[in-house]
Design a protein around this ligand. Sequence first.
Ligand SMILES: [Zn+2]
Length: 313
Amino acid sequence: MSSVRDLMRWRGLPLGVTSAWGETELQFGEVGGGGPGVLITAGIHGDEGPWGGWAIQKLLARLNADDLQGFVRVAPLANPLAMQADKRNAPVDQLDLNRAFPGDPNGSYTERIAHILASEALDGIDAVIDLHGGGSWCVNAFVFEMAGGGELSRCFPAPFIMPAPDRAVSLTGYARSLGKTVAAVEMGGRSQFEARWAEKIADGLLRALCHVGVIVDSERAPPPIEPPLPVADSIVLRPSLGGIFVPAATAEQIGTIVAGGTLLGQMLHPATYALLEEFRAPYEQTALLLLRPFMAQLEAGAMTYVLAQPNSK
Ligand SMILES: [Zn+2]
């Protein structure tokens, strides 16, 4: 039996810009019918790149048409110009798509995408899963929990889970304000383990489709997982001076807990390589939610680590 990957109905809505990839469209794929309906998006932030879309493809390859009771709609390339530029936001207007909802049909490029996602993409949808980072410069290992969406988030085999900020201007925040069940996934990204993480995300998506009822045969779900560990007090570490970043914590350590004081990475002077600054684990038990696994030149203030501690409450 063929996978639903071969049965996807694709349509492209023009975005009114041309780019290195030609006429730029917002592409939607859909398979199945009736209800319930799930929307899966990826690439809202361009530097989170193709990893989310890749996980969607891995999901579709594992689904048969007979599995579906409702329908699945996907938007794997939600922000084409930002992905081409390998930037969080599209250079053409520099707006953060995940702060632009519900958008504006007559607005700039990013505002028009938000409008299309807020109207056409959410039409008939019961649950929204938004795939974010890691990406081209970081690896991530957590899921966000939003009000009413805890069970959906716990479908994903992420090491950590933490509450999401409540922002109606994000895709998931806006969808939640319309009464939809939502989850945002922050897993994977560029490293030697990128394929393994994409498979984990695909596992989570399959489990989520069973949870929502788009797949009726519960035996199609991957085996149950250990629930993600709740964490709190998340902080972002950023260099106070620009320079050369050299990691100490590796891609193998993302999603683990390290002892307080553990060296995570260093900032060095770009010419002399003198030590400018060290990043160390701030909590007695420090959960590694986001790290940079590779050397890089960094500007002052660049997001370098996201850390938290186990939630004792
Ligand atoms: Zn993102």
